[in-house]
Design a protein around this ligand. Sequence first.
Ligand code: HPA
Length: 264
Amino acid sequence: MTVISEQLTPILQFLQNRGFPSEPEAVVILGSGLGGFAESIHEPVSVPYSEIPGFPQTTVQGHSGKLVAGTVAGRQIITFSGRFHHYEGHSFSRTVLPVRLAHQLKAKKLILSNAAGAINTGFNVGDLMVIDDLVRPFHSLAAEPDQPYRYNLYPIADRVRSIAAGIGLEIQRGSYVYVKGPNYESKAEIRAFRVLGADVVGMSTAPELMEAARLNLPAAAISLVTNMAAGVQKGKLDHSEVEEAAESRKVDFTRLVTELIIKL
Ligand code: HPA
């Protein structure tokens, strides 16, 4: 833990000098194509990752790579627009840096989001889903594999769903299977994941949820279905679908995250 704190200290110092709040109401991590949420932040203070000492860079299309602080509905928040994926070459302990920063800043809660492919044939492109469980085939995703942790996402998923219903948004709930990527899955893998109980598939979020559980930081995660997973529908998968679907649900996604900041 000391090593981790040593890595975080210069970053925390830098953010403090830039006027970032400590004890924010929420830290929000935006998934692929979901960076538009940052436009709803009032009096934003924005810092590109490239200016932050010791901060990794993002290399993914649709991830802008900046930290934005400000207020939403009068609450102080910090947003990571752009995240770090294991497939970019980051270790799991690197990918969970935003979670560790949120913990050090004494954020009250963490709101994660991601783009995902739907395995559940009852889902549609554009659906929002709150994650209530993880499937982790072939991977130990723990950033601190030696430390035991437990996660239980069911209670928070219930609350997210009822908060969404309160603003007239019907969202799905289900389990997220983590894959390393960056290539999409084969049809056979998707069939196998369906048998394993997964509703959506994606390349992020699971390590972050596990680290939040280890640190006792309340965390909720929302997936946006940007495509049906391989073999569920005809046609080739490509990244442009991610941006299209995100654009189509930008307003609802922003309303939902705002409501979660206030009520969760
Ligand atoms: N598979 C994995 N990750 C994804 C997908 C997918 O189909 N869509 C968006 N992220």
